[in-house]
Ligand binder design. Structure first.
Ligand code: F6R
Length: 242
């Protein structure tokens, strides 16, 4: 694992965006594994800026997202499809048909999970997977516990995860109780993984995930088994390393 501590969030966003942009320069048809939440917003802002300056094109790229809430239609303002359109897709030249966010509103969720895996097989493997980390060590929505699954599946969200995400909904009662998520096996098949974390509140879980034992009780710790992981931290999240 390559762990880097950056001086500022701007540096962190620029570093992650530069890895993605240089991948696209070398492989315009690359498949990007994308995340939602607070963490990647600045990275997407940086990529949009690079696109506007003509420094990167997504015209031939494919993307696949980690997860989506169950029960939210794609046009719901808090769906991850809406998030991706708003923060990235509508500002760049990626064809929407090349982007895939799981459909959490599908009538047959098992078939939707299989279709997500198939899309990765069709256009992948994922060349670079962007990840944030939950306070409980989740990646995607793979919550801690012995029942970790490999492939894309439906998961029950922990109350802590719902509480953390209530800030986007205004009210915890409105936060869905389930999500579709890539499994840890799917995530580990990416050629490269970039995990980004900032803020003091992520310091303990980052330390546990990358210096503690590999255990399903901290799903991010399984990244220790991957041969090409870049961990980008700001001073607050990575201060324990200095
Ligand atoms: C989002 C996702 C989650 C988040 C994690 C951190 O697609 O899969 O694992 O990366 O919950 O969320 P933030 O970035 O909001 O702290």
């Amino acid at each position: 694992m390559n762990i880097r501590i950056l001086n500022s969030r701007e540096d962190l966003n620029a570093t992650a965006a530069a890895v993605i942009a240089s991948l696209l320069l070398n492989k315009p048809q690359a498949m990007l594994g994308l995340a939602t939440g607070s963490t990647p917003i600045g990275i997407y802002r940086q990529l949009v800026e690079m696109y506007r300056k003509g420094q990167v094109s997504f015209a031939r790229a494919y993307s696949v997202n980690l997860d989506e809430y169950v029960g939210l239609p794609p046009e719901h303002p808090q769906s991850y499809r809406s998030f991706m359109n708003e923060h990235l897709f509508q500002h760049i030249d990626i064809p929407l048909a090349h982007t895939r966010v799981p459909d959490g509103n599908a009538a047959d969720l098992a078939a939707e999970c299989a279709a997500h895996e198939q899309a990765i097989l069709d256009h992948g493997p994922v060349d670079v997977q962007l990840l944030g980390i939950g306070h409980n060590g989740h990646i995607g929505f793979n919550e801690p516990g012995q029942g970790l699954k490999g492939a894309t599946h439906v998961v029950d969200l922990e109350e802590g995860t719902r509480a953390a995400n209530a800030r986007f909904f205004g009210n915890i009662a409105d936060v869905p109780k389930q999500a579709v998520t890539m499994g840890v096996g799917t995530i580990l098949k990416a050629k490269q993984i970039i995990l980004v974390a900032f803020g003091a509140d992520k310091a303990d879980i980052v330390k546990q995930a990358f210096t503690g034992p590999v255990t399903t009780e901290c799903p991010a710790s399984l990244l220790q088994c991957h041969p090409n992981v870049l961990i980008l931290l700001d001073q607050e999240a990575g201060g324990w390393l200095i």
